[in-house]
Write a protein of this length. Structure first.
Lengths: 539, 401
């Protein structure tokens, strides 16, 4: 038995050392300050403790679906024309609720099989269903639709990460959030004024260079009058700023801009802030080889005419094409220096596949964070001391046993946090405190049972044996139910609440080891040193 | 030391008192939820803008309200927050705003309204971030630094911000105090670009209406799943009636805890829901300990009436129940008293919940078992009725009623 005890003691000692290492690692110095620094290094604090901004973004995935179905509709038109199939009209009746639905009217019945072939070959991600009176509905296959939406979210996360990385925020978290709602969680530690970051993230940055066919007009009506009441079918009116106005000033004017674009943001290789010939801040961009070829063809064909730089459906600039341009260009938008810097950064990071909307914003100032740490630690220390002292008074020598188990429980819990890189939040600190309260329950269960067995006349060794084996079943049941609660919290919760679920579950797992195994070893050790028949000190 | 030595209290005999007690609190809570305060949803669930502000002096509510009125925020709610010495105030704009932009605007409006005395072109140092201070220093270059300017000014800015946040709890009242923390030349240069307002924004929460309703649904689902999980686990480990009894008990605890929030008009935030889910687990612990003992005693005392067995089991575990509840209560009380304002709702829920959870495992859960037994006996019209209980090896053990 003594040999067995020796092995168990070694297991406990190793566990202690491993988890102590988990808490502080190998500190540079063993002074109080060195240990504290090592602790801060190992245990990751949540935003609510160190300050920062927490944002939840909604990716408007329907934007991406609309882009796809717009393209599909264009392709369909072209193919019907080339196959000489007649049709009355192709529309998207409800781009808001059913962005993937294209309705095709007036196709003669005899073209039925041709139409089927076209959709199957050219739009493999779409289904064709027939309706009344030669009406057909083309809509996306459910699986393709889901994939498209998920891809939009993944792309948005990638783009936002690129942008935030360039802002120099340390350790940002950018991940999908929620259960299939196309939301993104962004956590920015140390950022307590998120206005600029938010603007930068939200900018879809859809850059296009198109042909400018007319303008500026002071209003849409004026544009219509100028064109004799009818706009050309392949052009649209777009808002822009009047010459000389800065970004902040209004002064909106309208331009008539071609629908087709010569190059888009996808053709960009690089974008840098620079200055134009008047020394004003501007953005210079380089195009990829393929984009450069198209740009050269476009500018070559339109020398003397106007081109428009369009950003997010707003005209930034209209300029005369003086000569053929190959692969570089400059955007003059009467920017401030900061705006030019931000815009080139956004352009480099790529366009968002869909618009984003902010659903939630929480900012914790650093002063609140440090107050919270202070309050949380104070409460933890006081609660812990109260429990430790009570156990000593109530159970005397056995109380030491319980206290050792509790302290070890805490060390394992904090070590877990250090190893796993899980985040400690303010509710997480509360979870640590609760673990102390709930963890001691296992000891109480066992001790009360041992007392009961002793009262029933059992010898100390058999009372300990009985106490542990009876209490074990109960302890498993109670731990399982609490851990079930914690797991559900983890699934449904966010940020701080998740931190709570994590510390609570870790704490309870550790408790199974300390309250049952460690406590038992200590009892056995005490019993092995006592004479047969000597009493056990359990209050 | 021992508080209870062989207690022998007839708990089941007092079941009508217990029922009356529980009914009074449940009905009072329900009454408040339907006719009085309603369910006081926090900003997490109803959506809105909350700005927590700490002032240098005791805040003057009338002046703040006037400033907010001038900014067009007529419906803002003001509330003192935390201890009065900490000069904190909660500004709440949650009049059913319909969209996120409006909420975002409210935040800027609140801060602008409070900053109304700002000198032109200067930034408020009390609400400036580390980056703002660092960039300012880099641009101003008061120390005429060379290549390591970025690092050195970073350290200076950090020292300034740390002094403000950690030593002064976020609000500086004069720039002079900074001289101990940062280079005097750096501090002197700050006055050109910064001024000191009399407040600092400690925390901002903006929750859009969409998230609010989504979170409400998730909180309900989480609670429902949690209860279902308990029911299934207990039905498997014991008998389905034990699961039902435990879930009814926990539901009772949740109802009374939420009722207490409604009665006291305390807001229910996300962390309060976390506390309630913890209580579901905790209250179940207590119930399971009693149930485990009933199961064990059913094996030992096959000839006794179920009500006697249940009574005996409660008494045998009473010492443990009270001790554990007392110790957990101690830790939660420490949290409630010292854990700070942010955790106030959370620890309040735990304080109430632990009291109710302990009471209910004695007064509600076990009597339900006996009541079910009696009901079966009456309906069947013949005695004795068997109660089947699986033991820990999964065998069925029968006890006479």
């Amino acid at each position: 038995m003594n040999k067995n005890l020796g092995w168990k003691a070694i297991v406990i000692a190793v566990t202690l050392i491993v988890f102590l290492f988990g808490i502080v690692g190998l500190p540079d110095s063993w002074s109080g300050k060195g240990l504290l620094a090592a602790l801060e290094n190992r245990i990751h604090l949540g935003l609510d403790l160190k300050g920062g901004t927490h944002l939840i973004l909604q990716v408007q995935v329907n934007d991406a679906v609309n882009v796809d179905s717009d393209n599909a509709a264009e392709r369909l038109k072209a193919d019907l024309r080339s196959h000489k199939i007649n049709y009355a009209e192709i529309t998207k009746p409800d781009p808001v609720k059913q962005p993937d639905r294209i309705v095709l009217k007036g196709v003669p019945p005899e073209s039925r099989s041709d139409l089927l072939t076209i959709v199957q070959d050219r739009l493999p991600e779409y289904d064709l269903t027939s309706g009344a009176e030669n009406t057909w509905t083309v809509s996306m296959k459910p699986q393709a639709l889901a994939e498209l939406k998920n891809r939009a979210v993944a792309q948005a996360i990638e783009t936002i990460r690129n942008r935030i990385d360039q802002l120099g925020v340390s350790e940002p978290i950018i991940e999908e959030h929620g259960l299939g709602q196309y939301q993104i969680l962004v956590q920015l530690p140390g950022v307590d004024d998120p206005a600029r970051v938010k603007d930068i993230m939200q900018s879809t940055a859809m850059l296009e260079i198109r042909q400018s066919l007319g303008g500026p007009y002071s209003s849409e009506q004026q544009a219509l009058q100028d064109r004799g009441g009818v706009l050309p079918p392949d052009a649209a009116l777009m808002p822009g700023r009047s010459i000389g106005a800065t970004q902040a000033e209004g002064g909106q004017v309208w331009y008539l801009i071609s629908r087709a674009s010569a190059v888009t943001g996808r053709d960009l290789r690089n974008a840098e802030p620079s200055r134009d010939e008047n020394g004003q801040p501007s953005v210079q961009f380089n195009l990829t080889n393929e984009g450069g070829r198209r740009f050269a063809a476009f500018t070559g064909a339109h020398v003397g005419e106007n081109l428009a730089v369009v950003l997010d459906n707003k005209v930034q600039e209209v300029a005369v094409i003086k000569e053929q341009i190959h692969d570089t260009g400059v955007i003059n938008g009467r920017f401030t220096e900061q705006e030019a810097k931000d815009l080139s950064m956004i352009l480099r990071s790529g366009a968002l596949p869909a618009g984003i909307k902010y659903l939630e914003e929480r900012t914790v100032g650093p002063s609140l964070g440090s107050d919270s740490i202070r309050a949380g630690v104070t409460a933890a220390v006081i609660g812990m001391l109260a429990v430790l002292i009570f156990m000593l008074v109530y159970y005397r020598a056995a109380g030491i046993n319980a206290d050792v188990a509790l302290v070890l429980n805490l060390i394992i819990l904090l070590g877990f946090l250090g190893f796993s890189g899980a985040t400690l939040t303010l509710p997480g600190i509360a979870g640590v405190i609760l673990t102390v309260g709930m963890g001691v329950d296992s000891n109480v269960l066992i001790f009360e049972r041992i007392r009961e067995e002793l009262r029933n006349g059992k010898t100390p060794p058999s009372a300990v044996e009985q106490g542990f084996s009876h209490a074990w079943i109960t302890i498993v049941d109670t731990h399982v139910t609490t851990i079930v609660s914690a797991i559900i919290l983890f699934i449904f919760g966010t940020g701080p609440v998740r931190g709570f679920a994590v510390t609570l579950s870790f704490g309870l797992f550790a408790n199974l080891f300390t309250a049952v195994f460690v406590s038992r070893v200590i009892f056995d050790w005490i019993l092995s040193r006592k004479q047969v028949g000597e009493a056990l000190s359990i209050g | 030391m021992e508080f209870f030595r062989n207690p022998n209290i007839d708990f089941l005999g007092k079941k009508w008192y217990f029922l009356a007690f529980s009914l009074v609190f449940s009905v009072a809570g329900l009454f408040s939820m339907t006719f009085w305060h309603g369910i006081p949803y926090g900003v997490d669930f109803r959506g809105g803008t909350l700005v927590y502000v700490k002032f240098a002096q005791t805040p003057d509510d009338n002046a703040i309200r006037a400033a907010l009125d001038r900014a067009g925020l007529h419906n803002a709610r003001l509330q003192r927050y935390g201890q009065s010495a900490s000069n904190e105030e909660l500004i709440d704009v949650s009049e059913q705003e319909t969209n996120e932009q409006a909420l975002d605007r409210s935040k800027t409006q609140i801060i602008d309204a409070l900053e109304s005395n700002a000198p032109a072109g200067k930034v408020d140092l009390n609400n400036a971030s580390f980056l703002t201070v660092k960039n300012y220093l880099l641009q101003k270059d008061p120390l005429r630094l060379g290549t390591d300017a970025d690092q050195r000014y970073g350290a200076q800015a950090q020292a300034i911000v740390d002094y403000r946040d950690k030593t002064k709890s976020g609000v500086l009242t004069s720039m002079d105090g900074l001289k101990g923390a940062a280079d005097p030349a750096v501090v002197a240069s700050l006055t050109d670009g910064f001024f000191l307002s009399n407040f600092a924004v400690r925390n901002v929460e903006i929750v859009g209406p969409q998230v609010g309703s989504q979170l409400r649904r998730q909180a309900l689902l989480a609670t429902a799943y949690s209860l279902a999980g308990m029911l299934i686990y207990l039905a498997v480990r014991f008998e389905w009636i034990y699961g039902v009894a435990a879930v009814v008990t926990v539901f009772h605890d949740t109802l009374i805890t939420v009722g207490a929030f409604s009665l006291m008009n305390k807001e229910i935030s996300l962390t309060v829901i976390a506390a309630i889910l913890t209580l579901i687990g905790y209250s179940n612990n207590d119930t399971i300990v009693v149930f485990d003992r009933i199961r064990e005693n059913l094996k030992l005392m096959r000839r006794e009436k179920l009500s006697d067995i249940v009574n005996r089991s409660i008494n045998q575990t009473l010492s443990r129940t009270i001790l554990t509840a007392g110790l957990t209560f101690l830790t939660v009380l420490a949290l409630f008293l010292f854990g700070g304002e942010v955790l106030h709702g959370f620890s309040f829920a735990l304080v109430i919940g632990i009291l109710i959870g302990t009471y209910s495992s004695i007064a509600i859960a076990a009597p339900i078992l006996v009541a079910y037994q009696d009901w079966r006996a009456n309906r069947g019209g013949r005695r004795p009725v068997m109660v089947a209980v699986g033991n820990d090896r999964g065998q069925k053990i029968k006890a006479k009623a």
